[in-house]
Design a protein around this ligand. Structure first.
Ligand SMILES: Cc1ncc(COP(=O)(O)O)c(C=O)c1O
Length: 377
């Protein structure tokens, strides 16, 4: 998408900063969503068909079929519940299965709204940092972090911000700890379709020890660039949470808008070709980023992600300090996400969103490289 068109977008990515800043922060793509989605939305708009949605009931079957096609997992549609966003479902799981002061495990660095969700609920963050050498799960560290009042593990695969697709042995370590300490595992798999080769493994397919203690979050928001539609699902395989959600006021639970349901259904049923094409584009941009950084800013550490369109950049060998995104915004007029917000392991890092055109990505790297060079000069 040409930069002039991107700047006309009213979404938060392009409107938060001034026209002299190139945005590479929030996880939206600078690509148009699939035509089948916009056609479905237009159809509803053209008919003035904006009453209460009747199609929410189709979401569980559509999600189950989508998961089976892409990941070989057929969730039980009767366990699929509809929410307005992945974080809405995540917070509903925390609030309904824990008490204030209970521990909730996070594997840091991690998508920082996980940290906010725990803090805001009055629950306690139980930090189990990933091993910074490759961002692998350290089973001993995970086990040692857990105390008698720990109740939940918040998991995320593929992982934001590192882009890792966790390996079977790492997932087995999580299953082992969850079983031994009787923990609920909430696994956020909304990046599952955006891999660059490695196969995403839904936790539900990985280990029998997850049975009865697993909530899987799914959404079309990342894979199809539809975050503003506000629609997500959770597969709830955890009897206490099922009971709590059954008892919860329906209005407190909320519901996606008609357009959220319509767009998500179109994405999950008609857009596999679009998804295949966007994956090719994203892998090309990832490789462009790797090439450019190696050539023009070799002091920045970058391990090309196995999934997502996020680069987790290590600036510790530069002079940009603990929070490089601040310096990059101020001096380079390029907006990345601030590493320290992602918790332990984020100091000296910044997250870049490379889901954009080759031209805009070149501009992003130019600004980053120039700022780093000026800082060391
Ligand atoms: C891992 C992860 N979970 C959840 C979200 C937000 O999803 P939603 O808008 O559906 O709450 C994001 C957005 O970037 C994300 O990266």
């Amino acid at each position: 998408m040409p930069v002039e068109r991107a700047r006309r977008r009213l979404g938060v990515k392009w409107s938060r900063y001034g026209d002299d800043v190139v945005p590479a922060w929030v996880a939206d793509m600078d690509y148009d969503p699939p035509a089948a989605v916009t056609e479905a939305l237009h159809g509803h708009l053209n008919r003035g068909d904006l009453g209460y949605a009747s199609m929410s009931a189709d979401l569980p079957e559509a999600y189950a079929a989508f998961q089976q096609r892409h990941h070989g997992w057929l969730p039980d549609p009767s366990q699929v519940r509809v929410f307005t966003s992945a974080l809405h479902a995540l917070e509903a799981a925390i609030w309904n299965t824990t008490e204030p002061g209970d521990g909730v495990v996070v594997l840091t660095p991690v998508y920082y709204p996980f940290l906010d969700a725990v803090r805001d609920s009055g629950r306690r963050l139980v930090d189990a940092p990933l091993d910074p050498d490759g961002w692998r799960i350290d089973p001993d560290r995970l086990d040692a972090a857990i105390d008698p009042r720990t109740r939940v593990i918040l998991f995320c695969t593929p992982h934001n911000p590192t882009g890792r697709v966790f390996e079977p042995d790492e997932i087995a370590a999580v299953a082992d700890v969850a079983e031994r300490h009787d923990l609920l595992v909430v696994t956020d798999e909304i990046w599952g379709e955006l891999t660059h080769g490695p196969r995403h493994r839904p936790l539900a397919t990985c280990d029998e020890r997850f049975a009865g203690r697993l909530v899987t979050l799914g959404s079309a928001s990342k894979s199809f660039n539809l975050a503003g539609l506000r629609c997500a699902v959770a597969v709830v395989d955890h009897a206490p949470l099922e009971r709590a959600l059954d008892a919860m006021s329906t209005h407190l639970q909320g519901a996606p808008s008609t357009l959220g349901v319509v767009g998500t259904l179109a994405a999950w049923t008609e857009c596999d070709d679009w998804l295949a094409a966007v994956r090719v584009e994203l892998t090309a941009r990832r490789d462009q980023l790797a090439r450019r950084l190696a050539a023009d800013a070799p002091a920045i550490g970058f391990e090309p992600p196995e999934a997502t369109y996020l680069g987790w950049l290590d600036f510790r060998a530069t002079d940009l300090g603990d929070d490089p995104a601040r310096a990059l915004l101020k001096r380079g007029r390029v907006a990345l996400s601030q590493g320290p917000k992602f918790g332990t392991g984020g100091t000296g890092f910044a997250r870049v969103n490379f889901a954009t055109s080759a031209e805009i990505l070149d501009d992003i790297v130019d600004r980053v490289a120039t700022t780093v060079a000026a800082a060391v000069a």
